[in-house]
Design a protein around this ligand. Structure first.
Ligand code: PLP
Length: 444
C-alpha cells in the first residue's frame, strides 16, 4: 500500500478493490463483497455495466472535454432533456455539475440570485432540518444539520436555521398520530419563518427521505404537502435534496413524487453517475430560470467541469439502462420484498428499534433498550463494529450514528443495486444478519 495516499481515515488499512461484477466488488485477494449500500447509495446499476462502459468509451473517442464557457455538447443537452422528462411538475431546467455538494451549493446560490433578480434582496435566510446532510463544502455543510460533521467548522459556516426533522421513530410523541406529527412540524417551520421575518427567508432545504445522517428516514404522509403550502404562502423557495434518495432509489425517479409535491429546485447526484462518472445536477423551475434570463442574463456561478461531456454521456447511459431494463419499476416491486426480508430477519431482535425506508433505500436503527429507545454508548462504536463485521462477512453497508446528535443512534443504511434479484437480496440480508449478530454480541 502506498504511504502517500491521504485517505478518508488516517487509521488502519482497507482492502484494495480491483474489480466490479454486478452486485459485487472484488478485492486483490479475490474476496467478493456484496455491495449492499452501493458505497453511499451510488451504484444503482451495479458494477461493470457494459452499456455504460460502452457509452463512456464512445464519448471519449469523440470528445472528452469542451469548456461550457464556449461550447455545449449533445451528451449534456440530451441528458438535460431526459431529466426534465422525468422531473417533478414545473421543473424545466438542468444545471450539470460534478457531484452532490456542488449541486447543493449551486441551489443555494441560485436561490439567492433569484431573489436579487426579482428585487427581494432582503431574502437571505436558509431554514433546514436537524439530522440532515447536504454535503461537505462550506455552504452545503452549513445547510446540513449533522452536528458532528458541522462542529469543527462552525465558525466558518454561514448562518442557517434548523427545525425538527420528520423523524417519526424519535420525534413523534406517543399521544400524537403520524398526521398530527407532520402538522406540528409544519407549524414549527411556519413559526420559524415568522420569527425570522417572512420577507427575509430565502429557502427551506430538505431531503425527502433522509439518508446519510439518519438511515433512510421517510416523511410521514402529508408532511411535505404542508411544507409546500407554507413555502408558497410566504414566497419561500423549496429546495429538495435528492442527491441520495433520487434517481429511482425509492421506487420512483424522484422521491418527492411519492409525497405528491414539486419543489422549486431539486438536486441529484449519486445514482445519476451510478459510480461510472462524477456527476450531479441542480434542476429548477422555468420561473427561476426566466427571472435570470430576463434579468442579468447570467447565473453568477460555474465550475470548470460543469456540464462535462464524459460525465453527461455516463448519466445519459445510466438513464437509458434504467428505462430499457425497467429498473425503477423493479425497485418499486422488490422494495416491499426487501422490507419483509429485513423484518423477518431483524424484527424480533431486542436491539433493533426501527426498520424503515422506501424502495431500495432502507435503514435499521439499533438501540440498547427497545422500550426506552436508549442508544448504545457511542464509545462502544456499534456502527463501526457493524461495518467491520459486514466487511468480514463480505458485505458493504453504510454505517452511521447521526440520528440523535451526530454521536448517538447507531444505524445502517442499505441501498443495494437496482439489478439485485430476490435471491441477491436474500444473500445480502443473510450476510447482514451475520454482521449484526456478531456486532451485537460484542456490545450487548
Ligand atoms: N446531499 C445529500 C442528501 C447527500 O447524501 C450527499 C452525500 O452523501 C450530498 C448532498 C453530498 O454529495 P457529494 O458527496 O457527492 O458531494
Amino acid at each position: 500500500m502506498s504511504d502517500h495516499v491521504f485517505g478518508r481515515s488516517t487509521k488502519g488499512t482497507m482492502p484494495t478493490a480491483v474489480k466490479g461484477e454486478g452486485c459485487y466488488i472484488i478485492d486483490k485477494t479475490g474476496k467478493r463483497y456484496f455491495d449492499g449500500s452501493g458505497g453511499a447509495a451510488v451504484s444503482c446499476l451495479g458494477h461493470s455495466d457494459q452499456s455504460v462502459k460502452d457509452a463512456i468509451r464512445a464519448q471519449l473517442d469523440d470528445l472528452a472535454f469542451a469548456h461550457t464557457g464556449f461550447f455545449t455538447s449533445d451528451a449534456a443537452e440530451e441528458l438535460a432533456d431526459m431529466l426534465v422528462a422525468r422531473a417533478p411538475e414545473g421543473i424545466n431546467r438542468v444545471y450539470q455539475l460534478s457531484g452532490g455538494s456542488e449541486a447543493v451549493e449551486a441551489a443555494l446560490k441560485l436561490a439567492r440570485q433569484y431573489y436579487l433578480e426579482i428585487g427581494q434582496p432582503e431574502r437571505r435566510h436558509i431554514i433546514a432540518r436537524r439530522q440532515s446532510y447536504h454535503g461537505n463544502t462550506l455552504g452545503a455543510l452549513a445547510a446540513g444539520g449533522n452536528a458532528w460533521r458541522r462542529e469543527q467548522y462552525r465558525p466558518l459556516l454561514i448562518e442557517t436555521h434548523h427545525v425538527t426533522p420528520c423523524y417519526e421513530y424519535r420525534e413523534r410523541r406517543d399521544d400524537e398520530s403520524a398526521e398530527d406529527f407532520g402538522t406540528r412540524l409544519a407549524q414549527e417551520l411556519e413559526a420559524e419563518v415568522q420569527r425570522l421575518g417572512p420577507d427575509n427567508v430565502m429557502a427551506f432545504v430538505a431531503e425527502p427521505v433522509v439518508g446519510a445522517t439518519s438511515g433512510a428516514v421517510p416523511p410521514v404522509p402529508g408532511y411535505f404537502r404542508q411544507i409546500r403550502e407554507i413555502c408558497d404562502r410566504y414566497g419561500i423557495l423549496l429546495i429538495l435534496d435528492e442527491v441520495m434518495c433520487g434517481m429511482g432509489r425509492t421506487g420512483s425517479f424522484f422521491a418527492c413524487e411519492q409525497d405528491g409535491i414539486s419543489p422549486d429546485i431539486v438536486t441529484i447526484a449519486k445514482g445519476l453517475g451510478a459510480g461510472y462518472a462524477s456527476i450531479g445536477a441542480m434542476l429548477c423551475t422555468e420561473t427561476i430560470y426566466q427571472a435570470i434570463a430576463n434579468g442579468s442574463g447570467m447565473f453568477q456561478h460555474g465550475h470548470t467541469y460543469h456540464g462535462h461531456p464524459l460525465a453527461a454521456a455516463a448519466g445519459r447511459a445510466v438513464i437509458r439502462a434504467m428505462d430499457e431494463r425497467k429498473l425503477v419499476e423493479g425497485v418499486a416491486q422488490k422494495g416491499p420484498v426487501l422490507e419483509q426480508m429485513l423484518r423477518d430477519r431483524f424484527g424480533q431482535n431486542a436491539h433493533v428499534g426501527d426498520i424503515r425506508g422506501r424502495g431500495f433505500f432502507r435503514g435499521i436503527e439499533f438501540v440498547a433498550d427497545r422500550e426506552t429507545k436508549a442508544t448504545f454508548d457511542p464509545s462502544l462504536n456499534l456502527s463501526g463494529k457493524l461495518k467491520n463485521a459486514a466487511m468480514d462477512a463480505g458485505l458493504v453497508i453504510y454505517p452511521g450514528k447521526g440520528t440523535i446528535d451526530g454521536k448517538h443512534g447507531d444505524h445502517v443504511l442499505i441501498a443495494p443495486p437496482f439489478i439485485a434479484s430476490e435471491d441477491d437480496l436474500a444473500e445480502m440480508v443473510d450476510r447482514l444478519g451475520q454482521a449484526v449478530d456478531k456486532s451485537l454480541a460484542a456490545v450487548a
